[in-house]
Write a protein that binds this ligand. Structure first.
Ligand SMILES: [Zn+2]
Length: 220
């Protein structure tokens, strides 16, 4: 079943990814989203093409002017340069749950993930990455995640199932970027485990009434 995502990384994040200035941990989230999102793949391909053209036209030593940069951004606001072809179902066997590049980090598909239980209803698996904390989360159907705030960026990418929070409903491929000031509480869909990939660039801080005592057991 193919679901084209409705929630995407912001343009600034895609631009940083295309420019190669994003560190490994957030890049893994963006790259895994791209694997599931034809629209953002086309957008990043367009950014890379424009970036390459700028580099080849530029006089070495001449700084890129602000006008040039705003031209680039104006072009990015336009329609996608290329419409990715619709995928045909051609592969025999089931579609893997984990797309590349995530699959390489895990060493296989979802059955290779080495889960550990963090709190009742929640299993997690850390992924070794530089530039932040990346982990997989498996959330029991219908479970509300503990309330938390955090100091830096938090990105969540749904791989299986779904969740709802104040900003909407998120399904496979959907990308959620949470503002540090928001105290949010996603709730997993009822129809199966919700499996997500999550990035944080600062430790989570639980804020719920009963969650204070859990803090020592929650890993950053
Ligand atoms: Zn997208």
């Amino acid at each position: 079943m193919t679901h084209n995502p409705h929630h995407h990384p912001g343009t600034d994040l895609l631009l940083a990814y295309a420019a190669g200035t994003l560190s490994e941990a957030p890049s893994l989230l963006v790259a895994t989203h791209l694997a599931l999102c034809p629209r953002c793949r086309a957008e990043v391909a367009g950014m890379e093409a424009i970036g390459g053209a700028l580099l080849s036209d530029a006089d070495p030593g001449t700084p890129v002017s602000a006008g040039l940069l705003s031209n680039v951004l104006a072009r990015l606001d336009g329609p996608p340069l290329a419409e990715a072809p619709r995928r045909r179902s051609m592969a025999p066997g089931p579609t893997p749950v984990l797309p590349e590049p995530l699959r390489s980090y895990i060493g296989g598909d979802i059955d290779r993930v080495r889960w550990r239980r963090t709190i009742p209803g929640l299993h997690e698996a850390d992924i070794s990455c530089s530039g932040g904390s990346v982990r997989m989360m498996r959330i029991r159907p219908g479970m509300g995640m503990p309330q938390h705030t955090h100091h830096g960026d938090e990105f969540t990418l749904v791989l299986q199932g779904g969740f709802t929070d104040a900003s909407g409903h998120f399904l496979r491929g959907d990308f959620a970027a949470t503002d540090p000031s928001v105290d949010h509480r996603p709730v997993a869909d009822e129809d199966g485990d919700c499996i997500c990939l999550a990035f944080t660039d600062a430790p989570l801080r639980l804020t719920g009434r009963f969650m204070r005592w859990l803090n020592p057991f929650m890993r950053a």
